[in-house]
Ligand binder design. Structure first.
Ligand SMILES: CC(C)(COP(=O)(O)OP(=O)(O)OC[C@H]1O[C@@H](n2cnc3c(N)ncnc32)[C@H](O)[C@@H]1OP(=O)(O)O)[C@@H](O)C(=O)NCCC(=O)NCCS
Length: 492
C-alpha cells in the first residue's frame, strides 16, 4: 500500500490513482471488500481554500452515511441475499428451520454454530428455562412505572436493570477481559449470561404485560415450552392445570424463530457498538432493545396496524396509496434496506396467520391488508423502488388476532431477537484479534476555529433550529399561572 504500482490484470486488488498527487495505490481486495484504513495512506497537501478540518494530510476518509456499503466485521451467523429473497441461519434456509426446528433449537444454532444433539439441546433448554426466574425485587421495579408506560420502555430498562444483579458478569468490576479470554471459566460466565438473558426475556416481557393489566406476577411454570411458558406467564389467572392453546404456542414459536436474527440490522449493530466498549451483556442488549423500539425497525409491526386502522376498509386503499406516492404517508411493513424483493419471512408469516385465524377467527383488518398488499405490488411506484412486504406487514395481524395490545408488538419482536443480539455479541467477544472499540469517523463541517466573545459584545443568532424552542408547561395548572409568589406574578 502507498507505493505506485501497476499490478497485472486478474490480481485481487484495486488500483487507485489519487489525482491530487498523481500517486497510484494498490488496495488489496479480500472477501470482495477493501479495507477503509488502506485509504488512510492516501494523503495530500491541503489545497488552497480547503478547510483545515478536512485534514487532507492525515489521509483519505471513507464516508458511508447510514452504513449503506460498509462491512464492519466478519460473521459466520446469518446470510441474506436481498435480491433473491434468501435468509439463512448458519447456512440453513429459514424455510427449513421454520418447519422443522424450534425457537430454542435455532437459538442454539445461532449462538453456538451447529444444530445440537438431543442431549446438547436438553442441557441448553433446561438451563434457559431454569434461568427464567427473576428476583422478587423486580416486582417493585415494574410497579414503579406509570399505568400507561409503553411496554418497550419497560422492556428496555428492565434488561439494563437485570445487569445490576450480576456483578460477576460485569467487566467493569471483574476485569475488562472477562468475556474475551476464551478460556473455560470465561466461556462459562458468558454462557450463564446467555441462559439468563434468553430465559428471563419472556419473564420480563410477561411482567411488562401484566403490570398494565393490574395482575399479580406469575412465577415461570415448569414443564412448558419456551413460548408456552411465556403465554402462561402472561395469561394465567390461577386456573387449575392451565395450558396455553397449542396452535397459538406453536405459531408464536415460529414467529420467534423467524425474528431470532437478521444479520447486522440497526439493533444488532447497536448491541455490537455498545458491546465494543466491553460493557456487560445486559447493558449491550438493553441498548439493542432501545434501537428496536424505533418505528423504522421493531416498531413497524405496530405501525402497520395503526396504518390499517387509519385506512379503515379496502375501498380507501387507492387514496392511501396516492398519499404514499405524494410522500404524505409511509406504507409501513413495506420496503427493506436489504431485501429488494419479498422478505422470505413474510411468506411463512402469511401462512402462520392462516393457522392462527382458524383458531382466533379472521381479523377484520385482513381484507384491508390484502387489498393494500395487492395494490402496492402492482403499482409502478413500488415496483420501481423494489418495495415489497417485509416480515412486519403480516406479523402485526397475527399478534392482534391473538389479542396482544398494539404497543406490545415490538416486545414480541424483542424477546426472540435477544437470541440474535447475543449470538453477535458472543461472536465479537471471541473473535480472533480481540475486540476493538467501534469509533467511527465524521466529516466535520462546522465553524473553523473562532475566539470566545464576551456576552455584552455578542450579536444574538436567531432563527429556526438556531435557538432553543419555546415550550408549553403542561404540568402547570391555570390557577398556578394566575398565582403570585415573592410578590410577582408567576408568568408561567
Ligand atoms: C425499512 C426502510 C427504513 C428502509 O429504508 P432505506 O433502505 O433507507 O430505503 P430508502 O428510504 O432509501 O427507500 C428508497 C426509496 O423507496 C421509498 N420508500 C422506502 N420505503 C417506503 C415505504 N415503506 N413507503 C413508501 N416509500 C418508501 C423511499 O421514499 C425512497 O424513495 P426515493 O428514492 O424516491 O426517495 C424503509 O423501507 C421504511 O421506512 N419502511 C417502512 C418501515 C418498515 O416497515 N420497517 C420495517 C423494516 S423490517
Amino acid at each position: 500500500m502507498g507505493k505506485p504500482l501497476d499490478p497485472p490484470l486478474g490480481t485481487n486488488s484495486l488500483s487507485v490513482r489519487d489525482n491530487r498527487t498523481g500517486m497510484t495505490f494498490s488496495v488489496p481486495i479480500v472477501d470482495n471488500s477493501i479495507s477503509a484504513t488502506d485509504f488512510k495512506t492516501m494523503s495530500a497537501p491541503r489545497a488552497p481554500g480547503e478547510p483545515e478540518e478536512n485534514e487532507t494530510e492525515k489521509g483519505l476518509r471513507v464516508s458511508d452515511k447510514g452504513f449503506l456499503n460498509t462491512a464492519v466485521l466478519r460473521s459466520e451467523i446469518t446470510f441474506i441475499d436481498g435480491d433473491a429473497g434468501v435468509l439463512r441461519y448458519r447456512g440453513y434456509p429459514i424455510e427449513q428451520l421454520a418447519v422443522q426446528s424450534s425457537h430454542l433449537e435455532t437459538a442454539y444454532l445461532l449462538i453456538y454454530g451447529s444444530l445440537p444433539s438431543k442431549a446438547q439441546f436438553q442441557v441448553f433448554h433446561d438451563e434457559v428455562m431454569h434461568h427464567s426466574v427473576i428476583h422478587s425485587d423486580a416486582e417493585q421495579f415494574f410497579r414503579s412505572f406509570r399505568y400507561d408506560a409503553h411496554p418497550m420502555a419497560m422492556m428496555t430498562t428492565a434488561l439494563a436493570y437485570l445487569g445490576s444483579y450480576y456483578s460477576e458478569a460485569n467487566p467493569s468490576l471483574q476485569g475488562q477481559n472477562l468475556f474475551t479470554r476464551g478460556d473455560a471459566a470465561s466461556l462459562a460466565i458468558m454462557d450463564k449470561q446467555i441462559y439468563r438473558l434468553i430465559g428471563k426475556a419472556t419473564t420480563l416481557a410477561a411482567m411488562a404485560y401484566r403490570v398494565r393489566q393490574g395482575r399479580e406476577f406469575v412465577t415461570p411454570p415448569t414443564g412448558l415450552s419456551y413460548t408456552g411458558s411465556f403465554l402462561y406467564q402472561m395469561d394465567h389467572l390461577g386456573q387449575e392445570n392451565y395450558a396455553p392453546n397449542p396452535v397459538l404456542e406453536k405459531a408464536l414459536d415460529v414467529l420467534f424463530l423467524l425474528h431470532a436474527d437478521h444479520e447486522l440490522n440497526a439493533s444488532a449493530t447497536t448491541v455490537l457498538q455498545t458491546g465494543s466498549s466491553l460493557v456487560d451483556p445486559f447493558s449491550a442488549v438493553a441498548a439493542g432493545c432501545a434501537s428496536l423500539y424505533g418505528p423504522l425497525h421493531g416498531g413497524a409491526n405496530e405501525a402497520v396496524i395503526r396504518m390499517l386502522i387509519s385506512i379503515g376498509k379496502p375501498e380507501n386503499v387507492p387514496a392511501f396509496i396516492e398519499a404514499v406516492k405524494k410522500r404524505e404517508k409511509v406504507l409501513s411493513g413495506f420496503g427493506h434496506r436489504v431485501y429488494k424483493t419479498s422478505d422470505p419471512r413474510s411468506f411463512i408469516v402469511r401462512k402462520t396467520a392462516d393457522e392462527v385465524f382458524k383458531i382466533t377467527g379472521r381479523d377484520d383488518l385482513l381484507d384491508t391488508a390484502m387489498a393494500l398488499h395487492d395494490a402496492a405490488m402492482k403499482d409502478e411506484y413500488f415496483i420501481k423502488r423494489k418495495l415489497a412486504p417485509n416480515v412486519d406487514f403480516w406479523s402485526g395481524l397475527i399478534y392482534r388476532a391473538m389479542g396482544f395490545p398494539n404497543d406490545y408488538f415490538p416486545v414480541l419482536f424483542a424477546v426472540p431477537r435477544v437470541v440474535g443480539w447475543l449470538a453477535h455479541w458472543r461472536q465479537m467477544m471471541l473473535q480472533s484479534g480481540g475486540v476493538k472499540i467501534w469509533r467511527p469517523r465524521q466529516i466535520y463541517v462546522g465553524p473553523g476555529k473562532r475566539d470566545y466573545v464576551p456576552v455584552d459584545e455578542r450579536i444574538a443568532v436567531e432563527g429556526p433550529k438556531k435557538t432553543p424552542s419555546a415550550v408549553e408547561h403542561s404540568g402547570i395548572s391555570k390557577r398556578t399561572g394566575l398565582a403570585s409568589f415573592k410578590g410577582q406574578h408567576a408568568k408561567l
